[in-house]
Ligand binder design. Structure first.
Ligand code: SF4
Length: 458
């Protein structure tokens, strides 16, 4: 599933074959398109097109492009609000700054941007922001006008990593277009690789910016898959992962489509199959994804009830169809030790590989050394350490078992080395000395080390 979060389907370049363009998008797996009207003449066309394809899931965004900012009047604002009230219009924009072309004077662009942020806030619509060669001005305006109240997306992003991170801090998403595939876009690719997937969208911005593979052609929504491919290569994910995650992000931002409501027991990321067996945990980490989202990498993981071993086995299917089966960390899997043991045995009997992502408190939880019972069943443990000492562990992870837990986790790691590959993960939270944690893992505990970003699970 793919969502093209920014297209201009009402432009005359689509007049001859608009329905064919939409058919090709559907055939390419594009589930939704956000078509954007950038000037008043376009607004009724956007609404009409989105209504005509409501059943499929075509949505609209309307606004006054910075190129058109000089034409802003109160009457136009009233007109904009009237069209934006249509239920198929799910965002306000594109609006912002364009100092590359400067078709409207900077003061007019600023006034139009300010007014449209106000309208978006009044109507509760997220913003679609255009920013070209105007990083500081864009961020200043978003902050001054409290755009974070409604959030939005910096579309066709071409800015710096610093700007992207500042926008994420305001609750905005970042959208990448076909320009990510261009030969001379190394700097942009570095930015895209450094951002959390949970906050990224993809778009075509068609008819412009056809991806490298179809360069020279008119761009269209069916080509958004090329952007997914490029972003996947940068993020170490498959195009399918990118499609699912960015679609989830777009649905969340624009309140469109139907998000999954049932928690998944088994779900794929890259070439691994993750098993979600409990949402309970013996820690209460402040950064835990469970505190702010039911979704991980586009998969719904909030379980209505904990699955039985039989249900988990059924959800796995063929364990050799993936590189490894991983008991995931959306909850502490070793709370369900018997299930982990039974399912792991079943996977191993069928030639699969097993990893357990754990907080390393299995022995504490069960009051005995459980590791020998998992010998030969679990190939690898990935243990969250997250701190360089006991005091920091207590503050960050807030374990049910209180003082002494940090040392118990370290003992678990040492012991687990006897039976399987072990690596330690640490989340890059402020105040955590990552290098010191790396030394604890590699030198003191003699296991592998992996740095995790706070919203990265799996
Ligand atoms: S150990 Fe993992 S699942 Fe448990 S609270 Fe911490 S981050 Fe969440």
């Amino acid at each position: 599933m793919l969502i093209d979060s920014h297209a201009h389907l009402t432009m005359s370049r689509f007049d001859a074959d608009r329905e064919d363009v939409l058919s090709r998008a559907r055939e390419a797996g594009v589930a939704h398109v956000l078509t954007v009207g950038a000037e008043p003449g376009d607004w009724p066309r956007v609404v009409a097109l989105a209504r005509a394809h409501e059943a499929w899931g075509l949505y609209g965004a309307i606004g006054l492009h910075p190129h058109e900012a000089s034409s802003l009047t109160e009457e136009i604002c009233r007109e904009l609000m009237a069209w934006a009230a249509d239920p198929q219009v799910v965002a306000l924009g594109e609006t912002g700054f364009d100092f590359h072309y400067s078709h409207s004077p900077p003061a007019a662009q600023e006034a139009a941007f300010r007014r449209q942020i106000g309208i978006a806030r009044e109507m509760g619509l997220p913003l679609v922001v255009h920013s070209r060669e105007a990083e500081a001005e864009t961020m200043r305006m978003l902050r001054q006008e409290r755009a974070s109240d409604v959030g939005g997306v910096l579309h066709c992003f071409s800015g710096s990593l610093e700007m992207a991170r500042a926008a994420l801090d305001l609750g905005f998403f970042i959208s990448f277009s076909g320009s990510l595939t261009f030969k001379n876009a190394d700097t942009l690719r570095e930015v895209a690789a450094a951002l959390p997937m949970e906050r990224l969208l993809i778009e075509t911005d068609c008819p412009y910016l056809a991806p490298q593979a179809v360069r020279g052609k008119r761009n269209e929504p069916a080509y958004v898959g090329y952007v997914a491919e490029a972003l996947g290569a940068l993020q170490g994910l498959t195009p399918k992962d990118i499609g699912r995650i960015t679609s989830h992000n777009a649905m969340q931002l624009f309140s469109i489509g139907s998000m999954e409501s049932d928690g998944k027991i088994a779900y794929r990321i890259r070439d691994a199959l993750y098993l979600n067996v409990t949402n309970r945990c013996s820690n209460a980490c402040g950064f835990c994804v469970r505190n702010y989202s039911d979704f991980v990498k586009g998969h719904q993981l909030r379980l209505a009830e904990e699955p039985s071993a039989e249900a988990v086995i059924q959800a796995v299917g063929d364990p050799t169809a993936c590189r490894e089966v991983v008991f995931c960390g959306y909850g502490e899997p070793l709370l369900r030790f018997d299930l982990v043991k039974n399912v792991s045995a079943w996977v191993k009997q069928r030639g699969g590989r097993v990893r357990v992502n754990t907080n390393g408190q299995g022995n504490l939880i069960h009051g005995r050394d459980i590791l020998p019972e998992l010998a030969g069943l679990v190939d690898a443990y990935s243990v969250s350490l997250n701190a360089e000492n006991e005091a920091q562990y207590l503050e960050i992870c807030r374990p049910n078992s209180g003082p002494g837990t940090y040392e118990a986790v370290k003992a678990f790691i040492r012991e687990a080395r006897r039976y399987a590959d072990v690596s330690v993960t640490v989340v890059n939270l402020p105040g955590v000395d990552v290098e010191r944690c790396r030394r604890i893992a590699e030198e003191e505990l003699q296991v592998g080390f992996r740095l995790r970003y706070y919203d990265e699970v799996g």
